[in-house]
Design a protein around this ligand. Structure first.
Ligand SMILES: [Mg+2]
Length: 282
C-alpha cells in the first residue's frame, strides 16, 4: 500500500536525478514505491532535463534498478527536442546539434538530418581567418543545444553563424548549473546563453522544465485528468516550478538539490516534502 495522500493522484511524473536515483543507484524506497504505483494501475512517467541520453538509455538504466518502463513514458530533453522538431519542421530538415551521442541519436531517429557538432570537437581556431573560412550549411533551419563536455569555440561559431543566417535555437535543458560537492558545475543553459550572446539573437525555445511543453503534450496525448497529476522533484526552480506552472500537485524530495533551508527561499511552495520515498509506503 501507499499513503492516502498519494492514492488520490492518478498520474505520477518523476524527475530522475536526485529523486529516483543518485549516480544511478536507486534512492531508498523509490523502486518499491514506483512498483506499487504500477500494481495499483497508476500512470507513471519520468520527466528529466538530462539531455545527454536518449530514451532507450533511460529505460535500460531503470530496468537495471528493477523498474519496468515503456518508451513513451520517458520524457527527457532529447525527446522534447525531437517532438519540437516534428511540430515545426518537415522530416529530413537539416539541424545543427551540439550535444552528446544520446541527443544526436534521438534526433536522427526522429527523422532529421543532423550536422553533428562533435565533428568539430577537435577543430581549433588559430586566427579569425578560421572563423571567416568556417563554412556553414545554408540549409540548417534549427540549432539544438544540449550538454556536452566537448563544447568549444568552433561549435559556438558554427551554431552562431547558423542562427545569424535565420536558424532557430532550441534546448531541452536551460539549467545553468548542477551542484557537485561544494561547487556549481556549468550546465546546458550556459551553452544556450553562449549561442545567444555570440549570435546577438536572444529568442530561443526552452522545452525543458519548468516550461510545461512536454507535460502539456503528454496530458493531451494520454488524456490525463489534470486534477490528478503529481510531479516529484528535487529542484524548486525546475521541478516544483513546473508543477506550479501547470497547476499540478508537487512533491519535493529532500534526496537531491534542496535542503530544508534552501527551498524556503522561493516565493512558491511544494504541496508535500519528504525525506525519502520510504515515507510513502505503508
Ligand atoms: Mg533532479
Amino acid at each position: 500500500m501507499i499513503i492516502p495522500e498519494m492514492m488520490q493522484y492518478d498520474s505520477f511524473f518523476f524527475d530522475l536525478d536526485g529523486v529516483v536515483w543518485e549516480a544511478e543507484s536507486a534512492l531508498p524506497g523509490t523502486v518499491d514505491f514506483i512498483n506499487r504505483l504500477h500494481a495499483l494501475g497508476k500512470k507513471v512517467y519520468y520527466i528529466s532535463n538530462n539531455a545527454s541520453r536518449k530514451r532507450k538509455d533511460f529505460i535500460k538504466a531503470l530496468n537495471e534498478i528493477g523498474i519496468q518502463a515503456e518508451l513513451d513514458t520517458i520524457l527527457c530533453a532529447a525527446y522534447s527536442c525531437s517532438l519540437y522538431l516534428h511540430q515545426n519542421y518537415p522530416l529530413n530538415t537539416k539541424v545543427f546539434v551540439i550535444g552528446r551521442e544520446g541527443l544526436i541519436d534521438e534526433i536522427k531517429e526522429a527523422g532529421y538530418e543532423v550536422i553533428d557538432g562533435n565533428s568539430y570537437k577537435n577543430t581549433v581556431f588559430a586566427a579569425h581567418r578560421d572563423f571567416l573560412e568556417l563554412e556553414v550549411d545554408p540549409d540548417v533551419k534549427a540549432v539544438i543545444a544540449g550538454f556536452t563536455f566537448d563544447f568549444n569555440y568552433t561549435m559556438l561559431s558554427y551554431g552562431s553563424k547558423c542562427i545569424q543566417s535565420g536558424a532557430k535555437l532550441a534546448t531541452g535543458n536551460y539549467d545553468h548549473y548542477d551542484r557537485f560537492g561544494k561547487y556549481n558545475a556549468p550546465s546546458c543553459g550556459c551553452i544556450v546563453d553562449a549561442l545567444r550572446c555570440a549570435s546577438g539573437v536572444q529568442e530561443f525555445e526552452n522545452l525543458g522544465k519548468p516550461n510545461t511543453y512536454l507535460l502539456e503534450m503528454i496530458c493531451r496525448r494520454d488524456r490525463l485528468d489534470m486534477g490528478k497529476i503529481v510531479v516529484f522533484g528535487d529542484k524548486m526552480a525546475t521541478d516544483i516550478k513546473l508543477a506550479k506552472n501547470y497547476s499540478a500537485a508537487s512533491v519535493l524530495m529532500m534526496t537531491g538539490a534542496e535542503t530544508r533551508e534552501s527551498y524556503k527561499k522561493y516565493d512558491f511552495e511544494p504541496d508535500y516534502v519528504y525525506d525519502s520515498m520510504e515515507e510513502l509506503l505503508i
